[in-house]
Design a protein around this ligand. Structure first.
Ligand code: NAD
Length: 474
């Protein structure tokens, strides 16, 4: 089955506008301010030549800054042959709303380079990434206080390391140069926990939704992750880490889809073992204990939670009526089109929207940016102090009770938080609070139809507030 209908090139941004307009009806604010919020402030389309082998290839690329209501702007860079202006604009807009929902003080932005990383050598990727960075520098589209890129589909730590190195070469006196991009390797100023942050955030978000008894009852589920069945589309950064944390949290992954096909097992798939298999064979297919299935058919397998973690438009009018899950956790950006959403809402499928669910990446990117600006690792100042406070507590308790603490009790109380502990804890706090804020908006009795609209309402209210305090709009 491969009847996933491709969307036209100009539809994704229109979809975001539709979601925005639907939510704007629930916010009392002037048309002018709504227009100021929803359109893209700056769109930079570039073409640059890069030497590939013996010849030059002209590369098409973009950087879009959607909203400057807070600076810097922030958003990943997508490396894909499907990149186009509409897509980058839509993704930049989603970043604005995402940042507002999780209280990350950035405007939204996004970048795109129209290439296929799979077909390029590391040398070619490096030349393209460095040249793209210098184009951004030339036009003032990058900088710790201007616009801070991050990884997205097709890019990762390696590309971010080239970006920061190029930026630092151009600005040798810039003390905060490492804050010009996030998602860097730890050795280049990155933060522990960034790589897995989006997937971990997806897990925290789904776990929170499944912890509310009243909602689970309405979906015909018992509360909690244990035993719930999951299908994951995409086994890249976000898909792998979502699957890993869901599996470790007690969920059962029954199917995983990739670009070259999908696998299925009613007994569950261990993502760690699957990753080892992919490293060995180059594909997730033919994984022992599973059967190969069509990659689009995988989306239609009956399960409790479907987690699309690949690309946009994957669930659309062409397949929505065949989707048989109770919950869709949008780990990717824009995986469900508005037409599909209408069909799914009518079927009672609960959609946890992208602008909330995949915000873990930008949340931890914010922590990384703060680390870079403060020039100190989180936990460095407090860890040993906390440990000694724990030791003192134990000795006072031992004196008072006349009993000695066991080794495990001692380890529990004596432990000081390191960088990874603090990042995970800050991310968990953010995902739980933000979920409950958007759910409260949904349940506020104002007639908001679904969680996506509620999330947009929360975002619009927060952005409006920041304009109001500036006195820019009445
Ligand atoms: P990635 O490149 O690491 O992984 C994407 C995976 O999807 C790849 O393994 C690719 O082979 C696979 N894929 C492509 N087409 C597919 C298909 N038709 N069916 C199944 N799998 C397919 O990218 P990523 O960083 O994991 O991003 C995935 C999604 O998550 C994107 O929508 C991105 O915008 C979004 N996102 C990423 C981050 C982040 O921190 N990386 C943050 C927020 C949102």
């Amino acid at each position: 089955m491969s009847d996933i209908t491709e969307k036209r090139e100009d539809e994704f941004f229109q979809d975001v506008l539709k979601y925005f307009d639907r939510a704007a009806k629930f916010v009392d604010v002037s048309e002018g301010l709504l227009d100021q919020i929803k359109y893209c402030n700056s769109v930079y389309r570039m073409k640059f030549p890069v030497k590939m082998g013996d010849s030059y290839q002209v590369i098409e690329a973009y950087r879009v800054e959607h909203s400057h209501h807070k600076l810097p702007t922030k958003g990943g860079i997508r490396f894909s042959t499907a990149v186009n202006q509409d897509e980058v604009m839509a993704l930049a807009a989603l970043m604005t709303y995402k940042c507002a929902i999780v209280d990350v003080p950035f405007g939204g932005a996004k970048g795109g380079i129209k290439i296929s990383p799979r077909k390029l050598s590391a040398d070619e990727m490096e030349r393209i990434t460095r040249r793209y960075t210098s184009e951004l520098i030339k036009k003032n589209f990058i900088g710790p206080g201007i616009d801070v890129p991050a990884p997205d589909y097709g890019s990762g730590e390696r590309e971010m390391a080239w970006i920061v190195d190029t930026y630092a070469t151009f600005f040798p006196n810039e003390l905060n140069a490492s804050a010009c991009v996030t998602g860097k390797p730890v050795s280049q100023g990155g933060i522990r926990g960034r790589k897995e942050a989006t997937g971990l955030g997806v897990y925290f978000g789904i776990r929170e939704a499944l912890s509310i008894e009243e909602d689970c009852k309405a979906w015909g589920l018992t509360p909690g992750m244990a035993g719930k069945t999951f299908v994951v589309q995409g086994f890249g950064n976000v898909g792998f880490h979502s699957a890993k944390f869901i599996h470790e949290g007690g969920g059962k992954i029954i199917s995983i889809a990739e670009w070259d096909g999908a696998i299925y097992s009613a007994d569950g798939i261990n993502p760690h073992a699957l990753e080892a298999h992919r490293i060995k064979t180059g594909s997730i297919l033919n994984f022992p204990g599973t059967t190969n299935v069509d990659k689009y058919a995988a989306l239609e397998i009956e399960c409790d939670v479907l987690v699309p973690a690949a690309l946009e438009n994957q669930i659309n009018a062409g397949n929505a009526d065949r989707i048989k899950c109770k919950i869709i956790g949008e780990a990717a950006n824009g995986p469900v089109t508005p037409e599909a959403e209408a069909i799914l809402n009518a079927k009672g499928v609960y959609i946890i929207p992208d602008i909330y669910l995949n915000a873990g990446g930008v949340t931890v990117s914010y922590f990384e940016w703060l680390k870079n600006l403060s020039h100190v690792r989180f936990g460095r100042l407090g860890k040993r102090w906390d440990e000694s406070a724990g030791r003192n507590t134990i000795s006072v308790l031992e004196d008072m009770t006349g009993r000695r603490a066991t080794d495990s009790q001692r380890a529990l109380i004596e432990r000081g938080a390191d960088e990874l502990d603090l990042v995970y804890s800050g991310l968990e706090e953010t995902m739980i609070n933000s979920y409950n804020a958007i759910r409260d908006e949904l349940k506020s009795g104002s007639g908001i139809p679904d969680l996506r609209t509620a999330a947009f309402v929360v975002a619009i209210k927060k952005i409006v507030q920041s304009y109001n305090t500036l006195g820019v709009f009445p």
